[in-house]
Design a protein around this ligand. Structure first.
Ligand SMILES: O=P(O)(O)OC[C@H]1O[C@H](O)[C@H](O)[C@@H](O)[C@@H]1O
Length: 279
């Protein structure tokens, strides 16, 4: 049994039509989303560690103020490791959940800036919108890279493809960071992938059999596609060995051009997912 089953603090959202989602206080991390059509669309590892300060494997971790190793901070920054505070409309059963995070002595020791961050999750019968915003409450400009690192649950990775990336330039982290252009109309996840696609302005479609999820973003122009494949997966302690067959990460991100945020200014990045199966 993992600690999720021991009931970590969670906000539950539901629509009268039958859609449901849950968001952990830990990291303001989306943990589950079923549209009214009933399929669980988010992968959460059964080996995830929910202890304070951990990085929870799966769901939609917030990478901030640093994506991956692009700086001196811990991998993917530290927002995902913090406990966030639910605010007003975050009551259980609502269709909107909001959580906030403000700088503390602990965060300032890692990153010497003042901020107020908010994650708002909005659920409708067929869609889920994750909106992440950061207000600079300090007196100096700060800059950052960021991602909403969504783990999409799939039944069998060999039947999965992603449409909407053709002709987009990408950095291939598994091939010495070479830059290439995507040739495929539909990207198959038929090998380990770790790529940053730059300036992906069109909507993407995740397809598996009859399943269709439309994925769009605002304020986050880049898209990361990650699947560790079997060998790497076996080395990741908080993933079952066969987990690579059951998820692909499609991450809305701001990486190529770091964001600079002036004192008093707010930045907002959004990932929206719509279940269009059968439409
Ligand atoms: O293991 P994590 O710190 O959660 O990172 C998981 C993955 O996140 C992103 O997708 C990166 O592009 C990968 O290189 C990284 O392995």
């Amino acid at each position: 049994m993992n600690s999720f089953q021991q009931d970590p603090a969670t906000l539950h959202l539901a629509t009268p039509g039958g859609a449901a989602a849950s968001v952990l206080h830990h990291g303001a991390q989306l943990a589950s989303w079923r549209s009214a059509k009933g399929t669980e669309n988010i992968y959460l590892s059964e080996l995830a560690d929910f202890s304070p300060g951990s990085s929870v494997r799966g769901g939609a971790p917030i990478c901030f103020p640093q994506f991956s190793t692009l700086g001196d901070l811990p991998l993917h920054g530290f927002f995902r490791n913090q406990t966030w505070t639910p605010v007003a409309s975050g009551a259980d059963g609502a269709e909107v959940a909001r959580l906030q995070l403000t700088d503390t002595p602990e965060t300032r020791a890692l990153w010497p800036h003042s901020f107020q961050a908010e994650l708002q999750v909005t659920l409708t019968d067929r869609s889920l919108e994750v909106a992440f915003s950061v207000l600079n409450t300090g007196s100096e400009v700060f800059s950052f890279t960021a991602a909403l690192h969504t783990y999409f649950r799939v039944t069998a990775i060999e039947n999965v493809s992603i449409a909407g990336l053709q002709n987009i330039r990408y950095l291939d982290k598994l091939k010495d960071n070479v830059i290439a252009a995507e040739t495929n109309e539909r990207l198959l996840i038929d090998r380990p992938l770790d790529r940053i696609y730059y300036n992906t302005t069109d909507e993407l479609t995740l397809e598996e059999g009859e399943r269709r999820l439309l994925i769009s973003a605002q304020g986050m122009p880049d898209t990361v596609v990650w699947n560790p494949g079997p060998e790497r997966c076996a080395t990741i302690a908080d993933l079952p060995d066969d987990a690579w067959r059951h998820f692909v990460c499609i991450e809305a991100a701001a990486i190529d051009i770091p964001i600079s945020l002036a004192p008093g200014a707010t930045w907002r990045g959004v990932q929206k997912i719509t279940d269009i199966q059968g439409d």
